[in-house]
Design a binder for this molecule. Structure first.
Ligand code: GDP
Length: 367
């Protein structure tokens, strides 16, 4: 069998090993003269975008390429994992191109939270992270909320030029683009795929009426997320599907909260205080005394403290302790991909324990 096939749709090098990565085609397809990767195949035949992911180097190459294009950059982030899905370097690469920031999965936020407040928070965070978006829109691609608004904004800001959609994996980029395709083409139209002219950018093209196009770029994997440290069968326990119901705990100094066996939150020092956990509703929270926490974890992880279950607990890296002296109330302690704990009162010392490699940090409270 000859090596070095490239996809006749997007031009990616064909590989037959990993269906989640770029250029995957089933081994049987290599027997054909012209090979099309699974992603282009689905787009061509079902008008459906499939998520693919890239290594960091490939992604940098694509970002570099974006700076050389002219058009609107639509950057999608996951509001539940805002910082984890942020794509930190983007603003340095986009050149003069405007960036429309789309925060997806708005349906997960408690309904009592005003969208305007969330949008203002996003604007402040974006600014402190070095990005000045042309606009910020909150959507739920899954539920179809905010999609007309975002389509109008794209149309207005693209100014007749191309659109490049970027985002890390799992932000819902495919769901988002599939919604746009449906609205733009209706059912039944065949969408052509093409290699981005004159470059090696692995993008998929969705033609627009005026000759411009929307390009889907592959998502980058965020290695700091919890999702990479648990078995895929248990991902469903940490990924919220519905509106998050915040859980409030009144804690005394010296108490601790376990979130399954995935994380632990110690109240090290301070007056009696309220802490609010925002995480998938079904994740069990277990409260105990700080002095007992280490031994409880060793004896009961995978059982009383789960997920992960006994079968998969060995995949979880050891927990690492991150201590924070919090001066201001309403501060979130974020555990990337798992959720966050809002510290409601000022002047407390807390410690979050998370699997080695998972990012833990504080930010002004989102809600
Ligand atoms: P991609 O990797 O960025 O292309 O992401 P996908 O479109 O494959 O979506 C990743 C996951 O997020 C899937 O489980 C989707 O069902 C889910 N998802 C996508 N959009 C939304 C949304 O608006 N709300 C919620 N709650 N989940 C979403």
């Amino acid at each position: 069998m000859s090596e070095n096939h490239s996809c006749i749709g997007c031009g990616a090098d064909i590989q037959t090993e990993n269906p989640k990565e770029l250029g995957y085609a089933p081994p049987s397809s290599l027997e054909k003269e012209m090979v099309i990767c699974q992603r282009c195949f689905r787009l061509k035949n079902y008008n459906e975008i499939q998520p693919v992911s890239l290594t960091d180097d490939d992604f940098l190459r694509i970002l570099n390429g974006l700076g050389e294009q002219q058009g609107l950059i639509v950057k999608i982030v996951d509001i539940f994992d805002f910082n984890g899905s942020w794509l930190p370097g983007l603003h340095r690469f986009v050149g003069k191109n405007p960036v429309l920031l789309v925060a997806n999965k708005a349906d997960l936020l408690p309904k009592s939270v005003k969208p305007k407040k969330v949008i203002n928070w996003i604007k402040r965070e974006a600014k402190s992270l070095g990005l000045q978006p042309i606009d910020v829109i909150l959507v739920s691609a899954h539920k179809g909320i905010g999609m007309s608004e975002v389509i109008d904004a794209i149309e207005m800001h693209r100014d007749g030029k191309d659109v490049f959609v970027v985002g890390s994996t799992n932000v819902g980029k495919s769901t988002f683009i599939n919604r746009i395709i449906k609205q733009a083409t209706g059912e039944g139209n065949i969408i052509t795929t093409s290699h981005f002219p004159g470059t090696t950018l692995d993008m998929i093209e969705i033609p627009l009426d005026d000759g411009a196009a929307i390009y889907d770029t592959p998502g980058i994997i965020n290695h700091h997320q919890m999702a990479h440290h648990i078995d895929s069968s248990e991902l469903k326990y940490i990924t919220p599907k519905k509106e998050i119901k915040p859980k409030v705990y009144q804690q005394n100094e010296g108490q601790t909260l376990f979130i399954g066996a995935l994380a632990r939150f110690d109240f090290v020092k301070g007056e009696r205080s309220a802490f609010t956990i925002y995480a998938a509703n079904d994740l069990p929270i277990h409260r105990t005394k700080l002095e007992k926490a280490d031994s409880l974890y060793e004896e009961h992880k995978g059982e009383l403290l789960a997920p992960p279950s006994k079968e998969h607990i060995h995949l979880l890296p050891e927990l690492v302790r991150h201590e924070f002296a919090i001066k201001e109330g309403k501060t979130d302690v974020v555990i990337s991909g798992l959720g966050w704990i809002t510290v409601q009162h000022p002047n407390v010392v807390v410690a979050a324990h998370a699997p080695k490699g998972v990012e833990v940090f504080i930010r002004p409270s989102l809600i």
